[in-house]
Write a protein that binds this ligand. Structure first.
Ligand code: MG
Length: 332
């Protein structure tokens, strides 16, 4: 099998061959193997339930690919809701003529990510569409998880709560942009694409109850902070020098006139915490590779309700606006 043919999505022998040679090889588990019309799963309620579609261009980038992104994106949304991720579904929309070897790589990287935290694909779907109907492959993924930490919400932030960002911001967006524009820095900018379950679980185990959690995906840090300021009817004061940004990302932003705070991240979260939890939380986060650059960068304030104030290293202030329009289509 060299290329994916329309027949591979046809529901007949060719499709069974694709399922057996590819998807079952990587995703196999007793629930999936039953091959019923729907998976039967048992969960302790309440549950978190999420869905996302992935259309990233290019499909392969420094630090990941569309498969890893689908697992990470879906899992992280469950984690941000206070859930332990359990089961995923995945639907593949594949363009006729797509290379089987590329599909293998994508499926393998999904498997690698899922194995890290023990989540499983329990239902899937494959469609093959005529050449030109999609660009390579698109993936839709839904996920369910069991809520292990209640009351995490963007509506609960109060003046005095502090804000931590778990990593440098803008790496995923800058990495995709550099690859598309074929820039020399492409090799040095790596997407932050990573699962956040382990560090968040460690926070719970350390007795920390986050007020709010959000992965700063599309719209980046700016979108999260502006959404939180509105949802909780507070002002947010952020100190620019405390927000970690890689030099290469800063450089790319200067070339293209972007703000690193508006670039998408795929393994970077923002946490709102009680002030007394902040130092312990930083200590926990710094113990994990994916969150070792965590930094306390801001605080919720009574003034400027619904707005985000960015204070520069020179003490001047400006509003950090919510991103407008579409900076970079097909980022995730
Ligand atoms: Mg999210």
């Amino acid at each position: 099998m060299k290329e994916i043919l329309l027949a591979h999505g046809g529901g007949g022998d060719e499709m069974n061959e694709l399922i057996n040679k590819l998807f079952f090889k990587s995703f196999s588990n007793p629930i999936l193997e039953k091959m019923e019309d729907a998976a039967t799963i048992e969960l302790k309620s309440p549950i978190a339930f999420t869905t996302d579609s992935f259309t990233v261009n290019p499909l392969f980038f420094n630090g990941g690919d569309i498969g890893k992104l689908a697992v990470v994106g879906t899992v992280n949304d469950l984690v941000m809701a206070g859930a332990k991720p359990r089961y995923l579904t995945c639907g593949f929309m594949i363009e006729e003529g797509f290379l089987f070897s590329d599909l293998q790589k994508i499926v393998k990287s999904m498997q690698d990510e899922m194995e890290k935290i023990g989540v499983k694909v329990v239902a899937g779907d494959t469609k093959v569409v005529p050449k030109g109907s999609v660009d390579g492959v698109f993936i839709n993924s839904s996920g369910v998880g069991e809520i292990v930490q209640k009351n995490i919400s963007s509506h609960n932030i109060k003046a005095g709560h502090v804000l931590i960002v778990s990593n440098e911001v803008g790496n995923h967006g800058a990495c995709i942009l550099a690859k598309r524009e074929d820039l020399d820095v492409e090799t040095s900018i790596k997407s932050d694409c990573a699962l956040l379950w382990e560090p968040v679980k460690a926070l719970y185990e350390a007795g920390i109850a986050p007020i709010a959690l959000r992965d700063a995906t599309r719209g980046g840090l700016s979108a999260v902070l502006n959404e939180w300021a509105v949802a909780s009817n507070i002002g947010i004061k952020a100190y620019e020098e405390k927000i970690p940004v890689a030099d290469e990302v800063r450089g790319i932003c200067e070339i293209f006139g972007f703000e690193p705070y508006e670039f998408a991240n795929e393994g970077t979260m923002v946490l709102a915490l009680k002030e007394e939890d902040a130092s312990k939380a930083l200590e926990v986060l710094k113990g994990f590779e994916v969150t070792k650059r965590a930094s306390l960068f801001g605080v919720a304030v009574k003034e400027y309700e619904g707005r985000v104030i960015l204070e520069t290293p020179w003490g001047s202030q400006r509003f950090l606006e919510s991103p407008k329009g579409e900076l970079l289509p097909r980022i995730c």
